[in-house]
Design a protein around this ligand. Structure first.
Ligand code: HEM
Length: 414
């Protein structure tokens, strides 16, 4: 039996916050191991990296999600009572609700709504001197996501709702005032979405039958009951918030285009296969979601290591996408590496791994991919722009990581 390497510091929370994307892989390299144990928020936690660890992490006989997420994450990013914390049959039933929204036709509808918003917005940018892409994309995507989800949104509401939704993912991982703003935004957003659910149930508004708002408002859980308005609200926000968060990936699309002029030229040729490989490489190369958390269901042995029951475990997503055992020269941006035909659900995991229906893997992967392809199309073929002098270095200690300047463009032409 091997001993799981232990991090020597009393508690590693500050080290994790200082470098959230590389915390696990750096230490694994130091300990020459795919896993090590430390304390995070004073709780013993096993951190793991790599495809083999991912395969273990997504074995539902070994891990549960209930009680795995720190309260601070539930009170901001995720909300309380949503699909992320469910296990077994209850999870499968709730997950099916999300998967039913992800048909090719429904995704195409979102792409069209988003294209219309890009058109309007990009024309507006032609009359502006400089445009900061990240905040502009927040409101563009809030409008598209709400229209798609069947959530009414008056023009006068757009700015306030956009700020609240963005605060859920943009400020959740920070400390101090920004974190409290995220908690307050969670209360506002949940209240807003619960009110929409009650209006639907009361017959006061009638979103289309296939829309997220309708599906979630009328979804029945294992016991045949409707979700409480609070939980239905969390699930509705679970659709809108991450769609707006695709703005992070879109900024990285712009960043990659700027950093790799050859890639931009290839994209301008409009080869759909290449656009797909480019988007996958952006999701592999750039940092977004650092890690996911679970708890051991019971004690077990794996590769000669003993895992105690109820232990919190973190799986390194970013580091697994950079693992040199899977990726040749992982530090290079190289879309052509996605010509590979040996894909596994455990070695490329920017949005989680395993099976979308059974495991907790993100149901929104196809949405993220399609919206990123569309962003690449707009930024290379439908508009042109200059990139003024700015600080484009990635801010690694931020969650989510972003270029310091958030990506500013100028002199936009259509
Ligand atoms: C913006 C890009 C996105 C990233 C980086 C991302 C990332 C993730 C990650 C890492 C997970 C957790 C996987 C796990 O626990 O094993 C997750 C779960 C989830 N995502 Fe996404 N996601 C994105 C977009 C979306 C979109 C567009 C939607 C819906 C429209 C969505 C809805 C969800 C839901 C509902 C879950 C929980 C699934 C479950 O617990 O079974 N995400 N996502």
């Amino acid at each position: 039996m091997h001993r799981i390497p232990r991090d020597r510091t009393l508690d590693s929370t500050i080290a994790l916050m200082g470098d959230p994307y590389r915390f696990i892989s750096n230490r694994c390299r130091r300990y020459r191991s795919d896993l090590f144990e430390t304390r995070l928020l004073l709780r013993k936690t096993i951190c793991m990296t790599g495809p083999e660890a991912a395969r273990l992490f997504y074995d539902p006989s070994r891990f549960v999600r209930r009680g795995a997420m720190p309260k601070a994450v539930q009170k901001t990013l995720l909300g309380v009572g949503g699909v992320q914390g469910l296990d077994d049959e209850a999870h499968r039933q709730r997950k099916q609700m999300f998967m039913s929204l992800m048909t090719p036709e429904r995704i195409e509808q979102l792409v069209q709504l988003t294209a219309a918003e890009w058109e309007i917005r990009a024309h507006g940018w032609t009359a502006m001197g400089e445009v900061s892409l990240y905040p502009e994309l927040h409101s563009l995507l809030t409008r598209a996501a709400c229209a798609w989800a069947g959530v009414p949104l008056a023009d006068s509401e757009v700015d306030a709702r956009t700020r609240e939704i963005a605060a859920l993912f943009d400020h959740a991982g920070s400390v101090g005032l920004r974190h409290f703003w995220s908690r307050w935004a969670r209360k506002r957003a949940d209240g807003w979405a619960a009110d929409i659910v009650e209006q639907i149930r009361g017959g006061r508004i009638h979103p289309p039958e296939q829309s997220a708002a309708h599906v979630i408002a009328w979804h029945r859980d294992l016991n045949g009951e409707l979700l409480t308005p609070q939980i239905a609200a969390v699930e509705l926000i679970n659709v809108i918030r991450p769609t707006v968060a695709v703005s992070v990936y879109m900024v990285f699309v712009a960043h990659a285009l700027h950093a790799h002029p050859k890639v931009r030229e290839m994209l301008q040729a409009g080869d759909d296969g290449y656009v797909g490989r480019f988007v996958q490489e952006v999701r592999r190369y750039y940092p977004f979601f650092p890690a996911v958390a679970a708890r051991t269901r019971q004690a077990f042995e794996w590769n000669g290591y003993h895992f105690l029951a109820g232990r919190r475990v973190l799986l390194d997503l970013y580091g697994t996408n950079q693992d040199p055992r899977t990726w040749e020269r992982p530090e290079d941006f190289e879309p052509e590496r996605f010509r590979r035909s040996d894909e596994s659900p455990f070695d490329f995991i920017p949005q989680g791994g395993g099976d979308h229906h059974v495991d907790h893997r993100c149901p929104g992967e196809w949405i993220a991919i399609e919206l990123m392809k569309q962003a690449a199309d707009f930024l290379t073929r439908r508009m042109s722009y200059d990139v003024p002098e700015q600080d484009l270095r990635i801010e690694w200690s931020r969650l989510p990581a972003l270029p310091h300047s958030r990506f500013v463009i100028s002199n936009v032409r259509m």
